[in-house]
Ligand binder design. Structure first.
Ligand SMILES: [Zn+2]
Length: 347
């Protein structure tokens, strides 16, 4: 079965310069594009055009003060938001287009204009808080996409899976009191940004709708596979999402210079495959991924290629590396199951 896959890509994303020697660099997207062209895949996607997100849309996730701060950086050659997060002349247009393109891609999949989608955007979004930029992120692309689905399309159950190696603090904090959202994050822990403990399970009426899976360094394909197949898939089946959004960072790849996980390219394909299968069963196939981190050009580009091969319906090697899941991932699995059972989720 071949799927119509929407893609967001814009040369404006290359104009965001995070600073000399910064790992979140334009070459990341260039490497992905070159790999897709080399594999003969580039022409197979339906391009979803970008546009700048409006102030009204941004206010669904961010404070007026934060939006004002971002807009004030427009036209300036250098503004530092935090020690890791710097804006150049091209940053604000790129961030606004990444957010606008992410929202439009999610809506295109929701309306079945395309069947699946991937937003190859930068700057990334999952660390951006309601009231501040941080961790290379300015605007919460995935949170904005979820809110756009709820505000414009009437979505009532949206599942977000964040497999970036860092905790998606911004996405969690923006949406953690919204019972229409189920947010699942797998991340190295303790690690940047420090949040994402098992005990963070959501707020108010949305308690139990935040699922944090904090993992020690060194987790392999099979540790992640165990958590997907024994927990994330069952949780999804009980939540019955109408659409799945993936915060797709590739910095849990074994080649990544920033983190210490051991996923292979096949491991990312396996996670994409499991979530596509859930989407087919529960959401009429609706699924979209949004690029977050991933700082080794080879690990990043090969893993995006693998994700998109799964999305397109191509045959992909899902085997990963051969060893079994270890005790550490089993312990996190059991602890999360015990904690979430209180809120009605069963493994
Ligand atoms: Zn990351």
């Amino acid at each position: 079965m071949a799927y119509r896959v929407g893609m967001v890509w814009d040369s404006a994303f290359l104009q965001h310069d995070a600073g000399e020697g910064h790992p979140e660099r334009a070459e990341r997207l260039v490497a992905i594009r070159e790999a897709l062209i080399e594999e003969g895949m580039w022409e197979r996607f339906v391009q979803v055009p970008t546009r700048e997100a409006t102030r009204e849309e941004l206010l669904r996730c961010h404070t007026a003060e934060h939006i004002d701060q971002v807009m004030a950086a427009r036209g300036r050659s250098h503004v530092s938001f935090d020690p890791d997060t710097h804006a150049s002349l091209g940053t604000v247009p790129a961030a606004l287009r990444a957010a606008g393109g992410s929202m439009d891609l999610a809506r295109a999949v929701w309306r079945r204009e395309v069947e699946r989608g991937m937003a190859l955007v930068r700057p990334p979004g999952h660390h951006a808080e309601r009231d501040k930029a941080m961790g290379f992120c300015f605007l919460g692309n995935v949170a904005l996409a979820a809110r756009a689905l709820m505000a414009e399309e009437g979505a009532t159950r949206v599942m977000i899976v964040d497999w970036d190696v860092h905790h998606g603090n911004g996405t969690q904090h923006i949406l953690e009191d919204d019972p229409r959202v189920l947010f699942v994050s797998l991340h190295q822990y303790p690690f940047y940004p420090g949040t994402g403990a098992l005990e963070e399970v959501g707020v108010g009426r949305a308690k139990g709708h935040t699922v944090n899976l904090p993992l020690p360094m060194g987790m392999s394909d099979h540790d992640y596979r165990l958590l997907f197949q024994s927990w994330i898939v069952p949780i999804a089946e009980q939540f019955e999402p109408e659409m799945i959004l993936i915060s797709a960072g590739y910095d849990a790849h074994r080649r990544d210079p920033l983190a210490m996980m051991r996923l292979s390219t096949g491991g990312f394909a396996s996670m994409a495959y499991d979530l596509c299968a859930v989407a087919e069963r529960l959401c009429g196939g609706r699924i979209a991924a949004f690029l977050e981190g991933g700082y080794d050009l080879e690990g990043l580009s090969s893993s995006v290629v693998a994700t998109l091969r799964v999305f397109l319906g191509d045959d992909v090697d899902l085997s990963g590396e051969p060893q079994l899941a270890g005790a550490a991932s089993r312990a996190v699995l059991e602890a999360s199951k015990a904690l979430l059972a209180v809120y009605g989720f069963k493994g």
